[in-house]
Design a protein around this ligand. Structure first.
Ligand code: HSE
Length: 321
């Protein structure tokens, strides 16, 4: 039985989390897959930076050393941003590698091309970690819920903004202080504008809609409003009315017509999504057979997001071992 070799493109928050999980749960993973899963090469900008627990010989600053390595079975892209991430993934697929990514911006921006290239090259392409961190919502939508017509999705899918809104609401903390904290905890994007202006949520809603409704809507075509204009007064006003402000990704199918938006909404405290706090995410899905379901968990952070990346690696590893 051969070992399954993985090349990591990136070793930031998510890459570091996935690497840590593959090490700390190695025995369990080997048993479940039926083969060892080894990270053999890692792409990093700074080759010479010391990284605890990572052997320096594994690090390269040349993506081709991973993409064209005949020993590597699975390329894991965790660089973030559309480019060069998308080009690396497409090249890896063309080189016959299976691809796993956590990169919602790249998946949303190049969805059709990535799906088509994976199919043409007969390779697996998995991106569970791109929506909702640890929450296996994409798996659920594409497998056990496939027999449903999904009629509505309502989600809190950005950990940073949910963390900010929670701390502003519960502790009355100022927006800037909480954003800084979210960045330190590894929740925020490299440029947190994508979080606070709702673009990250639009990317995730685009992916959810493509899988749930089989309809691709480019993120820039999703009406999007973030939370940067929410004031302490808005939060107090909602509180006084027994409501919470949440940044909601919403898509609804009615009479064959799909409507969608990303916007802050006031939800009554009794709404299931109002109880979703801090970096937690939740996706409320309605299917015409299953009824209402709520998927809840940590939507950001190295280990939760790494958990979904590792799950995808393992599903592919089972096929290639
Ligand atoms: N910046 C994102 C968030 C990371 O805060 O949810 C996870 O996609």
């Amino acid at each position: 039985m051969k070992a399954v070799n993985v090349g990591l493109l990136g070793i930031g928050n998510v890459g570091g989390g996935a690497y840590q999980i593959l090490g700390m749960n190695a025995e369990k993973i080997e048993k479940a897959v039926g083969a060892k899963v080894n990270v053999t090469k890692i792409l990093a900008r700074d080759k010479n930076k010391k990284r605890e627990g990572i052997c320096p010989e594994m690090i390269t600053d040349d993506p081709d050393e991973i993409i064209n390595d005949p020993e590597i079975d699975i390329v894991v892209e965790v660089l973030g941003g559309v480019e060069p991430a998308a080009t690396f993934m497409l090249s890896a697929m063309k080189a016959g590698k299976h691809v796993v990514t956590a990169n919602k911006a790249a998946v949303a921006a190049r969805y059709d091309e990535l799906m088509k290239t994976a199919k043409e090259n007969n390779v697996e392409f998995r991106f569970e970690a791109s929506v909702g961190g640890a929450i296996p919502v994409l798996n659920a939508i594409t497998t056990v819920l496939k027999g449903n017509e999904i009629t509505e999705i309502m989600g809190i899918v950005n950990g940073t903004t949910n963390y900010i809104l929670t701390k502003m609401t519960d502790l009355g903390l100022p927006y800037e202080d909480v954003l800084k904290e979210a960045q330190e905890l590894g929740f925020a994007e490299a440029d947190p504008t994508a979080d606070v202006e709702g673009h990250d949520v639009a990317n995730k809603l685009c992916i959810l809609m493509a899988l749930a409704f089989d309809k691709f809507v480019a993120p820039e075509d999703i009406p999007t409003k973030g939370i940067s204009q929410i004031t302490a007064a808005d939060i107090e006003e909602a509180k006084a009315a027994g409501e919470k402000i949440k940044l909601i990704a919403h898509a609804k199918l009615e009479d064959g017509n799909l409507t969608y938006s990303v916007a802050p909404k006031r939800l009554p405290n009794t709404h299931p999504l109002a109880g979703v706090s801090n970096e937690f995410n939740a996706i409320y899905v309605t299917g015409n057979a299953a009824g209402e379901l709520m998927f809840y968990g940590r939507g950001a952070g190295p280990l939760p997001t790494g958990s979904a990346v590792v799950g995808d690696i393992m599903e592919i590893a089972k096929l290639v071992k």
